[in-house]
Design a protein around this ligand. Structure first.
Ligand SMILES: Cc1cc2nc3c(=O)[nH]c(=O)nc-3n(C[C@H](O)[C@H](O)[C@H](O)COP(=O)(O)O)c2cc1C
Length: 322
């Protein structure tokens, strides 16, 4: 039998497709994240061991638990993929029920499953039974603001015996425009799966306040802020902010992990947005220059200059969503 999921701290790294690669998870677990999830992995691709899905499900040794996040809408395929989580070295497995991205929704996965309760019941049963690892779901509040679908999902998760339930308390239709409604978290009954929540926690102070304000929560997740402030998990634990040079070295390490872990097309699609946001040159050749270890000091100098001028602004919306 596998051990329960033991969180290193109540501040976890949120799954972010394209960004929470194996190297980034290792880096942020090293900074004190309590656990770290992969981005979305296509269960079908993983079940047939496609190179892209295997790369997204890659895991390297890291100082903390790692969760494989899958998307699927067929129980049999979900079962095959979830069964691979333990052999791949993960400590937990999660089904995504909240992604509003068009390609996923068109395939009837992620957020498209909300409201399809019999299908969901079957999927959650398989998720629980196919893997010996602790398992959970991550979802939005519902299809529309105020529809309360998360309460039904929570009931189904409890009925299936899942270990955790993670709520991003804004609706699918609200994308990133609707404000997260953290009061929804307090409507989740105790006594079922462990409760986690995520949404717009931009600083360590906000993360600590969210946890303190919602006593039913075991943990909160931090997504976008971890991409611009990779030391945020240290701050959550009460440590002081790193000096600009150390912060710059951490950011450079995060960017270089992305270049190492992504394929060329993904890097070209995702990196310029993040580089531009950090005030760095975001041209097509930037990924090449990042990959060149000899140029690392240049990147650190550039980042240090930015950090001396002030912390990077928060990422608003999901500028990477297509
Ligand atoms: C670039 C990006 C990719 C994301 N990919 C995923 C994903 O693969 N799976 C998932 O459940 N949520 C995904 N999310 C949602 C985040 O996990 C999180 O719920 C959301 O960003 C709110 O948290 P934040 O305000 O701390 O970023 C993604 C968000 C962003 C910005």
């Amino acid at each position: 039998m596998y051990p329960p999921l033991v969180l290193q701290s109540p501040y976890l790294l949120a799954p972010m497709a394209g960004f929470t690669t194996s190297g980034v998870r290792r880096l942020l677990l090293g900074q004190g994240a309590g656990a770290a999830s992969t981005g979305l992995v296509d269960a079908e691709g993983l079940a047939r061991q496609s190179p892209g899905s295997l790369r997204r499900a890659a895991r390297e040794a890291a100082p903390g638990p790692q969760i494989l996040q899958l998307f699927a809408n067929q129980p049999e395929i979900l079962g095959q993929a979830a069964a691979l989580a333990a052999p791949l070295g993960f400590q937990g497995v999660e089904l995504n029920l909240g992604c509003p991205a068009a390609p996923l929704v068109a395939r009837g996965c992620g957020g498209a499953l909300l409201g399809r309760w019999p299908e969901l019941r079957a999927l959650l049963k398989v998720l629980r039974e196919a893997s010996p690892l602790p398992a959970g779901i991550k979802c939005r509040s519902g299809q529309l603001p105020g529809d309360g679908q998360f309460l039904i999902l929570h009931e189904l998760a409890a009925e299936a015996g899942l270990d955790w339930f993670c709520l991003h308390p804004r609706s699918l239709s609200g994308a990133y425009v609707e404000q997260p409604d953290w009061s929804l978290v307090d409507r989740l009954p105790a006594g079922g799966p462990r409760l986690w929540a995520v949404g717009d926690l931009r600083t360590a102070a906000e993360a600590r306040a969210a946890l303190a304000a919602h006593p039913g929560l075991e943990a909160v997740l931090i997504g976008r802020a971890a991409l611009t402030l990779p030391w945020i998990f240290r701050l959550c634990r009460g440590e002081v902010a790193p000096a600009p040079r150390e912060g710059a070295a951490l950011l450079a390490a995060l960017l270089r992990s992305l270049v190492a872990d992504l394929d060329w097309q993904e890097a070209r699609r995702l990196l310029p947005g993040l580089l531009g946001h950090l005030g760095l040159p975001a041209d097509e050749a930037a990924a090449f220059r990042l990959a060149d270890r000899r140029r690392l000091p240049e990147w650190i100098d550039l980042l240090e200059r930015q950090l001396i001028a002030g912390p990077p602004p928060a990422i608003t919306g999901n500028p990477f969503l297509r």
